[in-house]
Design a protein around this ligand. Structure first.
Ligand SMILES: C[S@@+](CC[C@H](N)C(=O)[O-])C[C@H]1O[C@@H](n2cnc3c(N)ncnc32)[C@H](O)[C@@H]1O
Length: 244
């Protein structure tokens, strides 16, 4: 297997086809996790930053019910275009209807899919570029109540020093007392997007627990999902609070 380090080979449409082929248990579990996290979040006028959001918006559905502003950041223009297309409701965008319908059921407040879509669109205030290799990955002011990052820092390198540097930069965007909500590959070395294998840094549960603890996080909740793939061995879903 040859690894591709050049993310220009990453296509938004191919990624969505590969990882969102149909609405299945993994999607529901992801939405359940996000719903569970945001349900217990009790912050007024919270600002949220999404880092390396890719072409996806499903992680924002529950968030949009709780935070006041979302800044969405991503590295690739193709992915940014996909998310801008969702916000502008342009034709030929990915169909997220089942995700919205599922969250509407979880919230159980009688809203329909269109109302929830509009809620997400209204809460996304900026869609901007992000590069974790830069000293300042996302140009924003102040720190955030919630930083959301999913399958990004461990999914763009196989080198530990870079992985830890990315994490430190991400953590720096969180206010003290604020929250990190993060999903990540578990002990994986690569993942496939239409025949291209992108690198991953293998993260174990004790490893990420220790990184979070030594960087001042408390109240960690972590869920482990095990796969038996050759390169992809599952995922973690977690949230943790930065000490005040
Ligand atoms: C596996 S995808 C995850 C996308 C999305 N967060 C999700 O949950 O599906 C990895 C993402 O990292 C982004 N990425 C690649 N290089 C990056 C960099 N230097 N800084 C930040 N993000 C980067 C890619 O464009 C891609 O969107």
């Amino acid at each position: 297997m040859k690894l591709t380090y050049n993310f220009q080979k990453f296509s938004a449409k191919d990624y969505l086809k590969e990882y969102y082929p149909k609405f299945e248990k993994l999607d529901r579990d992801y939405l359940d996790f996000m719903h569970g996290f945001y349900k217990r979040l009790n912050l007024k006028s919270a600002r949220m930053l999404e880092i390396g959001g890719g072409p996806t918006i499903d992680q924002l559905i529950s968030a949009s019910g709780k935070v006041k502003k979302i800044i969405f950041s991503e590295y690739l223009p193709d992915n940014l275009r996909e998310v801008r297309g969702f916000v502008k409701n342009t034709p030929n965008g990915f169909n997220w209807d089942k995700h919205f319908a599922y969250v509407a059921k979880l919230e159980n407040k009688g809203q329909d899919t269109e109302e929830l879509k509009q809620r997400v669109r209204n809460k996304i205030k900026k869609i901007i570029s992000c590069d974790l290799n830069k000293k300042i990955p996302v140009k924003v002011s102040g720190r955030f109540d919630v930083v959301s990052v999913n399958f990004c820092p461990e999914s763009i390198t196989d080198q530990e020093a870079k992985y830890l540097d990315y994490l430190r930069k991400i953590f720096d965007y969180i206010k003290s007392g604020g929250w990190l909500v993060m999903c990540l590959l578990r002990q994986s070395t690569a993942y496939d997007v239409k025949g291209f294998y992108f690198p991953a840094f293998p993260v174990s549960r004790p490893y990420i627990t220790n990184v979070l603890r030594t960087n001042g996080f408390i109240n960690l909740k972590i869920k482990e999902v095990v796969f038996r793939g050759k390169h992809n061995k599952g995922m973690f879903r977690l949230f943790a609070q930065k000490k005040k």
